[in-house]
Design a protein around this ligand. Sequence first.
Ligand code: AMP
Ligand code: MG
Length: 327
Amino acid sequence: MNYEKERRFAVDSVLKACGLCRRVLSALVSQDTITKNDRSPVTVADFGGQALISEQLKNTFPDDLLVGEENAGLLRAEENKGVKETVFKYVREFSPRLSPSEMLEAIDRGSGDGGPGGRFWTVDPIDGTKGFLRGDQFAVALALVEEGEVVLGVLGCPNLPLSGLTPQDTRGSLFVAVKGEGVFIRKFEDPDEHAIGVSPLTDPREAIFCESFESSHTSHGDTAWVAQQLGITKPSVRMDSLCKYAIVARGDATFYLRIPSQKSYVEKIWDHAAGYIIVQEAGGKVTDIEGKPLDFSTGRILSNNKGIIASNGRLHGHVLEAMKTVT
Ligand code: AMP
Ligand code: MG
């Protein structure tokens, strides 16, 4: 199967959504309108990004369904007219022919159910909203699922340096993976791509692992326990969003561990699909914390899975063994 057209659409639309995120951030920061606890920039960029990707999907693959995090219910409410106008102002910069009602329809087309049959796309227009507001990491994620299997993933990481974890390098890394074809990284502004791969590390004691910044999204106590069992001495890299998958895929981290803080929490497919294929195609392995493959055929949520281990492959068994000691 050749995914050339799908790949081009996914890269192009994710870059547009990343551009919108950057515009929203820079405008609001320069006007000094972001105050603590003000989630408006997230709201604007979240809705705007989903509108752009969804609209481009309709124009490129009119029959394809979309499973997106957002819906336009909030924007349709009279009291949020101002927010809707702000979202529209930004969306128009990237999609000049769209009308306000078409924008709302585009956002609402993300209400797909997913599931085991056929093909659908899944999008998270801003993953890591807390990172976005802190000026840390966040990501725009888009993946294509066919017959329950992820076959393509694109991850835009506007604040992630092109190499390494400290921002000396240009910020803005885009990752593209197609099943069976490997993973490639590129700058936002330059279409040149190069292949990346996971860390070759085999000694678990040398591992660098990453985890969510937010302690409500992963149990920092449990991950520290696992690290201790593995003899890891380096501190964890705490980072928001699917960028964690990207740094495992390019070998800056050896594994990513996500142990639910709340036992009842079920992961959303858009928080993992693009990262999953990016790590797998980089030569790594992704399972849940019990070692089960991630099952993307179960609808909008990963109801057959608990937590995440995404590793360089070689250390996967060690992490799973250590996981068994978590009580
Ligand atoms: P992270 O950037 O790793 O902190 O993960 C961000 C994602 O965590 C968000 O997109 C949410 O969908 C998801 N999330 C929200 N609540 C929880 C929770 N209680 N446990 C795990 N993940 C959550
Ligand atoms: Mg998310």
